[in-house]
Design a protein around this ligand. Structure first.
Ligand SMILES: *Cc1c(COP(=O)(O)O)cnc(C)c1O
Length: 402
C-alpha cells in the first residue's frame, strides 16, 4: 500500500478527496472498485502472528499486521471508507458503527461517561435526547444553553454534546465558543446535518465529529450506519468499545457508503440550492408563520454560516398556521415529497418532529426549543425545484386555504 502523504491530502480540494478518499490501496490490489470482503474469519499464517494481531486489534489498533483474525476485530472494506471519512473531517481516523445511535453510544462508553455526567445543548436528535434523558446508560445529563456550558460543567463531566445545525429546528451553535467554554472537557459535535462538505467540527476544536451516515453520507435511503471522526488516540478507545460490544458496520453497507462518497458534494450542493430557493418562496407563502433555514439572514444573526460552514445545507423547518392538524394535513397532501422521517436522501422528505423524530423528547423541552405542533421538517432532495415548490404550494393550499 502506498503511503499517503498527509501534506498532499491537506492540499487537495474537497471534491478530489470525496472521489479518491480511502481508495489509496486499490491500485496495489490490482482493482479499481473497492472489494467487498465478507469473510467472518481469516486464515492465520502462524499462531504467533494471529495472537499478536488479535491483541493489537482488541487494543484498538487501526489495521492488522498480517491478518484481521476475525471480522469483529477488523474489516478492510469498512476501514477503507473510514479512511475516506477521516480525510474529509481533517483528522487521522474514523470509526464506523452499525447506526448513528450505536456511534453515539460507543462514544459515551469510550469516554467513560457511564456513571458520570454529560452536558448537552438542546435541541439534539430525538434518539440522542432520549438516550441521555432516560439515563439508560447510567449517565446524568445537564441540558445547557450554548452560552451557559461552563456553568453546567461538574468535576465528573465526561463530555459536552452539541449539534449544529440542530435537528430539527436548524438552530446554529458557535462550535468554537462551546469548545472554549468546555475547557478540558472533550466536545462531541453531531455533524449529520452539515456533512463534512459544509462543516468540519475538528477544525473548530471539537474532539469528535459524529455522523448518522444513514443520512446524506449514504444519501440514497438504503443504508443504516454511523461514524465518528477523531484523533487516532480517541479512535483506539472507540475501536476497543466496538470490538468488545460488536456494534459493527456490515461490509456491504460500508461498500455502499464508499460508493456514495464521490457524489456527496454534488448532492449536497444541488439539494442546498433547492433548499435556499424553497426557503425564500416559503417565507412569502400565506399560512407559513415561520421559516427556519440557516441561509436566511434572520436565522443566522451571528453570521455562523460564514464563520464555521461552507453553506447552509439542505434541511429546513417551517411552522404552519393551524398547528398540529394543519401540519398533518400538509403531510397528507404532498405527492412528490414523501411523508417520512430520515433525511439527506436524493429525494425530498417531510416529517413532523413533535409527532415523530422528537416524539420521545420531554414536552417542556419541545416547547422551550420551539418544536411546536405546527412545525414540519423538510429534507430537500435534488429534484427540479419548481416541481418541489408546486408540490409544497399545492399541499399547503389544500391544508390551509381549505
Ligand atoms: C438520524 C440521526 C441520528 C441517529 O442516527 P441513526 O443512524 O438513525 O441511528 C443521530 N443524529 C442525527 C442528527 C440524526 O439525524
Amino acid at each position: 500500500m502506498r503511503d499517503i502523504d498527509r501534506r498532499d491530502i491537506d492540499r487537495r480540494g474537497i471534491d478530489t478527496t470525496l472521489v479518491h478518499g480511502g481508495r489509496d490501496d486499490l491500485t496495489g490490489l490490482g482493482v479499481h472498485a473497492p472489494p467487498v470482503d465478507r469473510s467472518t474469519t481469516y486464515p492465520l499464517a502462524s499462531l504467533t502472528g494471529g495472537t499478536a494481531d488479535l491483541e493489537h486489534l482488541a487494543d484498538g489498533g487501526a489495521a492488522p499486521h498480517s491478518s484481521p483474525v476475525y471480522a469483529r476485530l477488523h474489516n478492510p472494506t469498512v476501514a477503507r471508507w473510514e479512511r475516506g471519512i477521516a480525510e474529509l473531517e481533517h483528522t487521522d481516523a474514523a470509526v464506523a458503527f452499525g447506526s448513528g445511535m450505536a456511534a453515539v453510544t460507543a462514544t459515551l462508553l469510550a469516554v467513560g461517561a457511564v456513571g458520570r455526567h454529560v452536558v448537552a445543548i438542546r435541541p439534539v436528535y430525538g434518539g440522542t435526547d432520549h438516550l441521555l434523558a432516560s439515563g439508560l446508560l447510567g449517565t446524568t445529563t445537564t441540558w445547557a444553553r450554548p452560552e451557559r456550558v461552563t456553568e453546567a460543567l461538574r468535576d465528573d463531566t465526561a463530555l459536552v454534546i452539541v449539534e449544529s445545525p440542530a435537528n430539527p429546528t436548524l438552530a446554529l451553535v458557535d462550535l468554537a465558543a462551546v469548545v472554549a467554554q468546555a475547557g478540558d472537557v472533550p466536545v462531541l459535535v453531531d455533524n449529520t446535518f452539515a456533512t463534512p462538505v459544509l462543516q468540519r467540527p475538528l477544525d473548530h476544536g471539537a474532539t469528535w465529529a459524529l455522523h448518522s451516515a444513514t443520512k446524506a453520507l449514504g444519501g440514497h435511503g438504503d443504508v443504516i450506519a454511523g461514524v465518528v471522526a477523531c484523533s487516532e488516540q480517541r479512535a483506539r478507545q472507540l475501536r476497543q468499545v466496538r470490538v468488545a460490544t460488536g456494534a459493527l458496520l456490515d461490509p456491504q453497507a460500508a461498500y455502499l457508503l464508499h460508493r456514495s462518497l464521490p457524489t456527496l458534494g454534488l448532492r449536497v450542493r444541488a439539494a442546498q440550492a433547492n433548499a435556499m430557493e424553497l426557503a425564500k418562496r416559503l417565507e412569502g407563502r400565506v399560512g407559513v408563520i415561520e421559516v427556519r433555514y440557516p441561509g436566511l439572514p434572520g436565522c443566522d444573526p451571528d453570521g455562523l454560516v460564514d464563520r464555521q460552514m461552507d453553506g447552509p445545507g439542505s434541511l429546513l423547518a417551517i411552522e404552519v398556521a393551524g398547528g398540529h392538524a394543519a401540519a398533518a394535513a400538509v403531510m397528507e397532501h404532498v405527492e412528490l415529497f414523501t411523508p417520512a422521517v430520515s433525511l439527506g436522501s436524493t429525494d425530498s422528505l417531510i416529517e413532523h418532529p413533535a409527532g415523530l423524530t422528537h416524539r420521545v423528547v420531554d414536552e417542556q423541552a419541545l416547547t422551550e426549543t420551539g418544536i411546536r405542533p405546527g412545525v414540519l421538517r423538510l429534507s430537500i432532495g435534488i429534484e427540479d425545484v419548481d416541481d418541489l415548490w408546486d408540490d409544497l404550494d399545492r399541499a399547503l393550499g389544500a391544508a390551509l386555504d381549505g
